[in-house]
Write a protein that binds this ligand. Structure first.
Ligand code: KG4
Ligand code: ZN
Length: 367
């Protein structure tokens, strides 16, 4: 059995988890989440309408030791039984990354364990192998507060970014729309709730990039259209807010469908021998029923298997970081890098070869 302690502090969740990999009698390897502790800082940031980096870093310092202890206790284990410590080393808010990585280095050094520096996006990318035992290659759609990307996942350490956003991330577009309409933070769930009673046909919002030969996403034009529509009819009634939210979500679903359909076709063309390829979704926006429904429909239409890990593992958590550590140990990649000398990176593309995109849709915060 391999056991790894994972630590995640790249944004506003302080998280620790122990994941184990057992071999049964027939040598089938089965991963198990032995503990998964996540402390959200939403309450600390709500008054500011977004994540405040300084507050986040301080909150991680205060909480992390207790969260690590809780993760070990929940797993019924202690550091002597852990094989390695894996910590998110980027991308994300640098203050939080420093807290998490330094704590991990201290724990690993004191206990004489290996330290593995993990790219947070790799954690998201490999989660479907932990939850669903998915085989490589597959396609990943990451839709969170900080990223909107389509990535071909070819193997551990083998990632090719096929699309990213040229401006706002999708979660960010939800959050900004909520703010403009006076809905509370975090915006996504509140926009979805308001949209439930709204008329999606009332506002004809743009579908950015729809039909474009470029593969990328864009959401800032949609956000501007929402702002203009809202100020044209202000003050807004509850009905107006509901209609704007419903129309916004319809535009998002439509724009997303166009981009993802394109990527599915490319995957089919590149892997004609895979009879049922898979699309995996990750990130907080995957909680949105309209987004999920759209992706399910697209997969059905294109003959893809749709894999949506449980929401707790789609949003930021440390089980995905521990799991990425296990994957790196098993492939030998963990021995290639010295985690102890790794310096946190606020920007760290998963696909090192992908060209940077102007205004690449990050607020330097969530991934
Ligand atoms: O993955 P996540 O928990 O954190 C990171 O960004 O890493 O994603 C948070 C984002 C926020 O922008 C939030 O507004 C969005 O996911 N979100 C949603 C929904 N739930 C969360 N967006 C749309 N509909 C939802 N139901
Ligand atoms: Zn994330």
């Amino acid at each position: 059995m391999i056991r790894v302690l994972g630590i995640e502090t790249s944004c506003d969740e302080t998280a620790a988890s122990v994941v184990g990999l057992d071999a049964d009698g027939s040598c089938v390897l089965s991963p198990r989440i032995l503990s998964n502790v996540v402390l959200s800082q939403i309450a600390e940031h709500a008054a500011f309408g977004g994540v405040v980096p300084e507050i986040a870093a301080r909150a991680h310092v205060e909480a992390l030791d207790g969260i690590v202890e809780a993760a070990l206790a929940d797993a019924g284990t202690d550091l002597s039984e852990v094989d390695a410590v894996a910590a998110t080393a980027g991308p994300g808010l640098v203050g939080g990354l420093i807290v998490g990585l330094m704590t991990a280095k201290a724990i690993a050094a004191a206990a004489g364990k290996q330290l593995i520096a993990i790219n947070h996006l790799e954690g998201h990318a490999l989660t479907a192998r932990l939850t669903d035992g998915l085989e490589f290659p597959y396609l990943l759609l990451l839709v969170s507060g900080g990223h909107t990307q389509i990535v071909r996942v070819g193997g551990v350490g083998d990632y090719q970014r096929w699309a990213t956003t040229i401006d706002d991330a999708l979660g960010e577009a939800f959050d900004k729309t909520a703010k403009m309409l006076g809905l509370p933070y975090p915006g996504g769930p509140n926009v979805e709730k308001a949209a439930a009673g709204g008329d999606a046909a009332r506002f004809a919002f743009p579908r950015p990039m729809k039909g474009s030969h470029q593969p990328d996403f864009s959401f800032s034009g949609l956000k501007t259209a929402v702002r203009q529509a809202a100020s044209a009819i202000a003050p807004l009634s509850e009905r107006d807010v509901a209609d704007i939210c419903a129309s916004f979500q319809a535009a998002v679903a439509d724009a997303l469908a166009d981009r993802v359909r394109r990527a599915l076709a490319r995957f089919r063309a590149e892997y004609p021998d895979i009879s049922e390829p898979a699309l995996v979704v990750a990130g907080g926006v995957a909680a949105n029923r309209m987004v999920k429904g759209t992706l399910e429909d697209l997969c059905r239409e294109a003959g893809f298997r749709f894999v949506a890990p449980p929401l707790k593992l789609c949003t930021d958590n440390a089980a995905m970081i521990a799991w990425a550590g296990i994957e790196r140990i098993r492939t030998g990649l963990a021995d290639e890098d010295d985690g102890f000398s790794f310096v946190p990176r606020s920007r760290w593309p998963l696909d090192g070869l992908s060209a940077p995109v102007v205004g690449s849709g990050r607020r330097g915060a969530k991934a």
